[in-house]
Design a protein around this ligand. Structure first.
Ligand code: ADP
Ligand code: MG
Length: 235
């Protein structure tokens, strides 16, 4: 098992805009190991979501080097990146990105269909994860029939169902009341204890404080890193 999941060296990201290319991320140096819980925080527009999209292989960096589980991302095809994402990464988007005309069950089943999991196993896995998240009575509801907190849990279920090595969450408690936020956080911490690496973007310092490492971003750069537990974590 590879311990180093994310290895970024001087990574940059630019977008083409009308006035030419705009650099959004600068010189990102970041290692994330398989047993970590990392929080990324910083003001709106700092580049947090852009960095998550790179970490999660949704986009390729414009510059620098990025290895995911030892593989150089720049040389991988879109198809191969899709396979790696499906196999190893769960992504909880800030606005959930559930498919509105599919039931909750189908939304959570999709990554297993892409992953070639048998019908029988899919039913088991989807039912188990939705039950764990308190949604066993909502399997055949459509996303619009659920509250924001319930949709957030469906998004988490869809990210967890493949048992990824890395779970990435963009503001997982951003739109939730305190109680629902606590339910989601406890679940994430449980996943982390079971060996899943977590990378979470959050504005909420109370949420960030539960991570083992806090990365602060500003203007597309990592401006500081705080290790919450011991030096050992920073191999
Ligand atoms: N696809 C894009 N094209 C051009 N600019 C973008 C794109 N995505 C993000 N940006 C810009 O990059 C900056 C950082 O955005 P983002 O990563 O969403 O920040 P954060 O998540 O920290 O609020 C913002 O100024 C945003 O407008
Ligand atoms: Mg964002």
């Amino acid at each position: 098992m590879i311990k180093l999941l994310i290895n970024m060296g001087n990574v940059s990201m630019s977008y083409k805009t009308k006035s030419g290319p705009t650099k959004i991320l600068h010189d990102i140096n970041l290692n994330i190991y398989k047993d970590e819980f990392v929080a990324i925080t910083g003001p709106s527009g700092a580049g947090k979501t852009t960095l998550l999209n790179l970490i999660g292989l949704l986009e390729k960096p414009s510059g620098g080097s990025y290895h995911f589980m030892g593989q150089p991302v720049s040389s991988l095809s879109g198809f191969k990146l899709g396979l790696i994402r499906n196999r190893h990464i769960g992504f909880v988007f800030q606005d959930f990105e559930l498919i509105n005309d599919l039931t909750i069950f189908k939304n959570v089943e999709l990554p297993l269909i892409y992953g070639g999991i048998s019908h029988r196993q899919r039913i088991q896995k989807v039912t188990r994860v939705l039950t764990k998240l308190g949604l066993s009575k909502h399997l055949h509801y459509l996303p619009v029939q659920l509250s924001g907190g319930q949709q957030q849990r469906v998004a988490l279920a869809r990210a967890m169902v493949t048992e990824p090595a890395l779970l990435i969450c963009d503001e997982p408690t951003g739109n939730l009341d305190c109680q629902t936020a606590e339910v989601i956080l406890s679940l994430l911490e449980k996943l982390h204890r079971q060996g899943c690496a977590l990378v979470i973007v959050t504005h909420d310092m109370k949420v960030a404080a539960r991570a083992k490492r806090i990365i602060i971003m500003e203007n597309g750069m990592i401006i500081s890193t705080k290790n919450i537990i011991s030096q050992e974590e920073e191999k």
